[in-house]
Structure formats: C-alpha cells, structure tokens
Design a protein around this ligand. Structure first.
Ligand SMILES: C[S@@+](CC[C@H](N)C(=O)[O-])C[C@H]1O[C@@H](n2cnc3c(N)ncnc32)[C@H](O)[C@@H]1O
Length: 360
C-alpha cells in the first residue's frame, strides 16, 4: 500500500522552512543595505579605503548568490536530519542587536580614523596588554581595542553577521555534522563523558550550537580574550544544561592534558594567525585529542578551492586590517595537519567558508 504523506507534519515543516528562509532573506537585505550605506559614506570620508578594491563581476555575484542558497538548503536539511534541532536555525541575538546596533555606527568614525592614520595597534591605555603574543595585539578589522574590550565583544557578533550578509551562523553550523560523525568513534562511551573543546571560542556562538547538537556532552571553550570570554559566559548562561567550562589561554599552548578531548573545533581563527602559530595550534590540538578523536576547522575559503572569488579575497585584505589573511588564503592547511600527525584529512566548502576534518 502506498504511504500517504503526513499532512500534520508537512504543514509545520513547510511553514518552518518558509520562516527560516524569510529570516535569512531579511538578515541579508538588512546587511546589504547597511554595507551599501557605510560604503557610500566611507567613499566620501576615506576614499582610499574602498578606492583600491575591485568590483565583483556579475558572474561572481551570481555564483555567490547560488552558494548562499545552497548553504541555506544544507542548513535546513541538516536540521531536518536531526543534526541539530530546527529551533537553532532561529537562534539570533535580538537583544544585542537592538542594544548595540547604534554603537556599530558610533564606532565607525574611530575605524575611519585608524584607517587614515594607519593605527593598527591602538588600545585604550587602561587595557592590559601584558602576556599576549605580539601578533594578537592588533586592531583586527580596525576594530576598537582589537579583541581586548567589552565594547569589542558586544559588537563582534553583529559585525560578523553584517559582514557575511546574515550567513555567519549557517557557516558555523557546518561543523556540527562532521563533529557528530567524528564522535561516533566513541559510541561506546556515554555522551555525558564526551569532551569537546572549541579553540578560540570568541563570544561562544559555536559553543551554543554544539550545546544544541550535543545536549549532554561536556563542553569546553578557550580564547585569549577575557572580554570575549565574559561575553561568552553571558550568552551561554542563557541556555539550559550544563555551562561549558571557559578558560583564558593561547591555542598554541593550553593547560589540558594529552589525549583529553574526543573532539576539537575551531571557527574563524586560522586566518588571524601568522603561519607558525597556525602550525602550533594544529599541533596542540593533536596533542590534546584522544587517538580516534576528530578536529573540525572552519575558516575562510582559499585561493586553491575558490579561484573565482580571488577578487573578493583581495578586497577583504585591503579593506580590513587582517595582517595574516593573504598568507592564509594560500596556506596549505592539509599539509600542516598531516605534519602534526593527523590522518583522514578531508576538506569541504560552503558559501565563502572552508572546512577541514581530520582524525588523530
Ligand atoms: C574571528 S574571531 C572568531 C571567534 C569565534 N570562534 C567565532 O566563530 O566567531 C577570532 C577569535 O580568536 C581569538 N584568538 C586569536 N588568536 C588566538 C590564540 N592564539 N589563542 C586563542 N584565541 C585566539 C580571538 O580572541 C577571537 O575571539
């Protein structure tokens, strides 16, 4: 007998998908409008900032549009397949959005001034700068106080969301499927004994997603910025379940014992590291992973996998202060992973991001 589709399931799913697509579309429209207005004002005030960038061809824009649609469809399909609950698709920082959006505008004149005066390492004198690696003491993206103030931590998620036209979380969520697949190697262990670390957890958005996908696992997050960890603590405390353990530390040298974690993730870190630090973080992840454990890295696309987007990558390093990005785009991360001892190294691309999945 032919099975009939369950209408009660079909209608909510269709509505939920429409709601998700509507949310993504509105975030995109908002971001494009914001970026267009900011670019026009920037052209008047600091014409040299956008002056050297090249416009994207209609073919590149069409390809980007296609990639973002595919990303959304995969995001939806992974939720449908149970990789994470579909509520996660709607997890947005509305409170912070309304509270801090005006600050994004108020911060712009300071960004322009730093750009004009080539001030890449400008910090409020009150900010403690002892003990950080020198490569870290930068105004990445020209942002005020780099990663070292509460203001920066409060604006960060909003700025990233606008930069990626509302797709930043959908890109972060692409680590969840390979993470859960990797953890199947430990299916004989109760989930409550599984340990997952997010290196450079920032404000904790990735940890929020991992918590939704793995409600019982022990989660750990580490970052160099005390201000971002404070923000992560605030955002992670909102969700039920055990609070992930947060620790301030350099991903190159962390105080966890060898073989401690069953999986490690890291999102949008590697393009902000100089080459030797990239290698060191990978080796540290290898040391901390159990044999059979999985490392999942998400970061920007690279020239080798996305040659059609080379202009975008060039524009990015010209418009934002990203001193290590250019080298990152041509770095061979697979080779670095293999050098550290990782095996079964796989890569994948989604929209403007790239993923590495590797086993110890
Ligand atoms: C672009 S943000 C990404 C944050 C977060 N993973 C996300 O998905 O938004 C880069 C983060 O890396 C952190 N970071 C940079 N260098 C680091 C290092 N050597 N060790 C630990 N964290 C570092 C910064 O403090 C910042 O929070």
């Amino acid at each position: 007998m032919q099975s009939t589709p369950n209408i009660n399931q079909f209608i909510p799913d269709t509505l939920t998908k429409l709601a998700y697509q509507g949310l993504q579309e509105s975030k995109k429209i908002f971001s494009v409008a914001h970026n267009t207005i900011v670019d026009s004002i920037t052209d008047i005030i600091v014409p040299e900032r956008n002056g050297k960038t090249k416009p994207l061809s209609p073919a590149t824009l069409a390809k980007l549009q296609e990639r973002v649609q595919i990303l959304q469809e995969i995001d939806w399909q992974d939720a449908q397949a149970g990789v994470y609950p579909s509520e996660v698709l709607f997890d947005n920082f509305w409170g912070d959005f309304f509270r801090y959006y005006p600050e994004v505008w108020l911060d712009l004149p300071k960004i322009w001034s730093r750009f004009q005066n080539k001030e890449y390492q400008k910090f409020d004198p009150e900010i403690e700068r002892e003990g950080y690696p020198s490569y870290y003491l930068q105004n990445f993206h020209y942002q005020t106080d780099g990663y070292l103030s509460d203001l920066s931590a409060n604006l960060y998620d909003l700025q990233v969301e606008i930069l990626f036209n509302g797709s930043a979380d959908a890109m972060r969520r692409r680590i969840l499927k390979p993470l859960k697949q990797g953890l199947q190697a430990f299916s004989d262990i109760p989930t409550s004994q599984i340990r997952v670390l997010d290196v450079a957890c920032g404000t904790g958005r990735t940890l929020r997603m991992i918590r939704a996908a793995l409600p019982k696992a022990n989660l750990f997050g580490t970052d160099l910025s005390p201000a971002y960890l404070r923000k992560a603590n605030e955002l992670l405390s909102e969700i039920p379940g055990e609070l992930p353990q947060l620790l301030q530390g350099n991903g190159e040298n962390l105080p966890y014992t060898d073989n401690y974690f069953h999986a490690i993730t890291s999102v949008f870190l590697f393009h902000e590291l100089p080459p030797n630090a990239r290698q060191q973080v990978i080796e540290e992840c290898y040391r901390m992973l159990q044999p059979g454990g999985t490392l999942v890295i998400c970061d920007s696309m690279q020239v080798s996998d996305s040659p059609d987007f080379q202009t975008m990558m060039d524009n990015f390093s010209m418009m934002f202060h990203e001193p290590y990005y250019k080298h990152y785009t041509i770095d061979n991360i697979e080779e670095r992973l293999a050098k550290a001892g990782f095996v079964d190294i796989r890569t994948k691309n989604h929209f403007v991001s790239k993923y590495w999945v590797a086993k110890k």
